[in-house]
Design a protein around this ligand. Structure first.
Ligand code: GLC
Length: 481
């Protein structure tokens, strides 16, 4: 099957969050399936263009029509990727390569990604790569199915399009005049893109894609409710027959405690006791906490954003530290209020709390390896990847039972049996504290069972093999009705 995957970010070239990880591993997993030809399109951001590790050559170039604009696009073929995925970067100095700073957040993001979406379709035509399936991701590529149905149909008569929601919070809102100024679509599409008089490109994708997926089964159900859907519930309910949840995997080769070059001692499910003990001691040393093998080390690697459940942690942190002998280590950057809170907490409890306000992939790996307990109390979580990373390294998760957290961390009982971690159902601080205390209790009072739970976590299959198979089944369904 010929598959084109389109996204606004993809590791290792460029990544701001989980989407970048998925766009590294999913194309690769699909390319491993015999008979597949997989092509991945990404914007040629300055960070990629400036990186000498990525060798590219110009494949084709053309002008993209965007309303009254004609914008140059160079299609750069990546020459050095080994896993069979062909990567093409869309080169535009004006929209991507000439801009410093964060990849999102410019005033003209709507126009930038409308351009990207169109340039990818033009590139497929110019390269004579007419895929069976286009899989596109999040609002940045949400115009792809819209363009495909409205303007590009003659070039792609048999191509089917899947739209995947990684996070419904960002929807591609624009003023009404965006429609005429940038999109210039047939008039009937104004209605399909309309939300409260504005343009909403994600709505357009849900209405026009052949199938819609999201990144966990539970999130697919949650999206039917206003609490989770950020206004998209009625649109999704109207298209419920199209919507499926496929829980993400993780890259089990990168995240592998037996080979990870970032961690001080390698281990597997059989040698976890000795391996993690070394990793824990080194980690405590690295982050400036007393090296104490007996004390439970609770860790968190996260964007410091409200929906990650930080308000719950802030609320209970002091009580927890007063009542329990434990250490807390946070790695991440984000909203100033949380950065300041955790820095303050570390000053107040220097022997107990360490806050690393930075982005550091190596330290993240050492935290997965050296931690005992991984905290992820997210308010909502479409899938979440780091709880799976943590389990792969034998760190027991304590999570809010929502979205992908619910699907990947079945709840263990207070004896640590029958599940993979500790969960709480309703989003409030006391329930989170309760789950944490159940976990700490097991750690302190039944180390044998805690160890068994860590081992079970490490033995889970979080690879992309199963999810890639489910994507294939849906691709087949799109093609064969
Ligand atoms: C988004 C979601 C996260 C998910 C990731 C990859 O970042 O917030 O839950 O794991 O996409 O699909």
């Amino acid at each position: 099957m010929k598959i084109a995957i389109l996204a606004s970010e993809g590791a290792p070239y460029i990544k701001s969050g989980g989407l970048g990880d998925v766009m590294e591993a999913l194309p690769s997993a699909l390319a491993r399936i015999p008979g597949n030809e997989v092509v991945l399109f990404l914007p040629y951001y300055k960070k990629i263009l400036d990186n000498p590790a990525y060798e590219t050559e110009l494949a084709v170039q053309f002008q993209v029509a965007l309303g009254w604009r004609q914008q140059y696009a160079g299609i750069r073929r990546l020459k050095n990727r080994a896993d069979g995925v062909q990567v093409y970067f869309i080169d535009s100095l004006y929209y991507f390569g000439g801009r410093d700073g964060a990849i999102y957040g410019d005033g003209d993001d709507g126009e930038r990604y409308a351009y990207f979406s169109k340039a990818c379709l033009d590139a497929m035509v110019a390269l004579d790569f007419i895929p069976d399936v286009i899989q596109c991701n999040d609002w940045q590529t949400s115009l792809v199915p819209v363009f495909l149905k409205s303007q590009y149909y003659p070039f792609f008569p048999n191509t089917r399009c899947m739209f995947t929601i990684h996070n419904v919070e960002y929807q591609g809102w624009a003023n009404s005049d965006f429609f005429d100024d940038v999109l210039t679509l047939p008039w009937e599409y104004r209605q399909r893109l309309d939300m409260s008089g504005m343009v909403n490109t994600m709505k357009g994708a849900i209405e026009t894609a052949d199938l819609v997926t999201t990144v966990s089964e539970t999130y697919a159900k949650e999206l039917m409710y206003p609490y989770y859907a950020h206004g998209m519930d009625s649109v999704l309910a109207g298209n419920a027959g199209k919507l499926t949840g496929i829980t993400n995997g993780i890259d089990v080769n990168t995240f592998n405690p037996e080979t990870d070059p970032a961690i001080p001692c390698h281990y597997n499910a059989e040698t976890l006791a000795e391996g993690k003990a070394v990793c824990k001691a080194k980690l405590q040393e690295e982050v400036g906490l007393p090296v104490r093998p007996d004390v439970p080390l609770m860790v968190m690697v996260t964007r410091l954003a409200g929906h990650k459940g930080l308000d719950l942690l802030c609320h209970i942190a002091r009580q927890l530290l007063w009542e329990e002998d434990c250490q807390l280590l946070i790695l991440g950057t984000g909203e100033a209020q949380y950065e300041n809170f955790f820095l303050g907490l570390a000053r107040e409890f220097p022997e107990r709390v360490s806050a690393k306000i930075t982005f550091n992939l190596g330290l993240a790996a050492r935290i997965y390896a050296g931690g005992d307990i991984y905290l992820m109390p997210s308010k909502s979580e479409p899938c979440g990847l780091s709880q799976m990373n943590a389990m792969r390294y034998g760190t027991v998760p304590v999570v809010h039972a929502t979205g992908g957290l619910k699907d990947t961390v079945p709840s263990a009982d207070e004896n640590g049996k029958g599940g993979l971690g500790f969960t709480f159902q309703s989003y409030n601080a006391d329930d989170f504290l309760g789950a944490l205390k159940r976990c700490l209790h097991l750690y302190k009072n039944d180390p044998v069972q805690f160890r068994a739970l860590q081992k079970t976590d490490m033995e889970q299959d979080f690879s992309w093999d199963k999810p890639a198979g489910r994507y294939m089944a849906l691709f087949d369904r799109m093609l064969n009705g």
